[in-house]
Design a protein around this ligand. Structure first.
Ligand SMILES: [Zn+2]
Length: 180
């Protein structure tokens, strides 16, 4: 399969992770179907840690095993489904698998991640993504774009923002007009 364009990704690790499920029309579609999809996503997604040089089926399974509970939790935070203890446990297990401390850096607005122990690149990446998901659940600007062809989780740039962008608002207005 040809690598995807991923042009809807927004530059936030937790969101880039869960937005690997995206609507086509009103249908939620998996965008990480094979290791080539994962490879192309790793190239463009905002990542909190270095990516592995190459990825296989096992890495794809591992990433999706983090992505699925992450997606459910962000939706649950937004009132779309249940906040499940098993999902919380899955995220926390990833954070605990490669714990790190955040230390002050050499420059005023810089911090340095200090890993506790030695872990594989993939384990550190999944731990970093899980920590980003944890932080995303605490943000009050977290939102869901309920437009056809979208269904993305995003951060609002102003209060009362309903759609992730103008294109989605336009698509909803056109759909309503056609339905009416
Ligand atoms: Zn949208």
């Amino acid at each position: 399969m040809a690598a995807r364009a991923w042009d809807w990704l927004d530059g936030f690790p937790a969101l880039d992770l869960v937005n690997t499920v995206k609507r086509v029309g009103w249908q939620e579609r998996e965008q990480l179907e094979d290791p080539a999809d994962l490879d192309s996503w790793l190239d463009v997604a905002a990542l909190p840690a270095p990516r592995p040089a190459s990825v296989d089926e096992e890495d794809l399974r591992a990433l999706r095993a983090l992505r699925d509970p992450a997606l459910r939790l962000l939706h649950a935070r937004l009132g779309r489904g249940e906040w499940l203890p098993a999902d919380v446990k899955a995220i926390n297990a990833h954070v605990l698998a490669a714990p790190e401390l955040v230390l002050l850096g050499e420059h005023p607005r810089e911090t340095v991640r200090h890993p506790l122990g030695i872990h594989s690149v993939m384990t550190r990446l999944l731990a970093g993504l899980a920590a980003e998901v944890r932080d995303a659940t605490q943000r009050c600007d977290l939102a869901f774009c309920d437009a056809p062809g979208c269904g993305l989780v995003f951060y609002r740039r102003r209060t009362n923002q309903s759609w992730c962008g103008a294109a989605c608002g336009n698509r909803v207005r056109v759909a309503r007009h056609q339905a009416g």
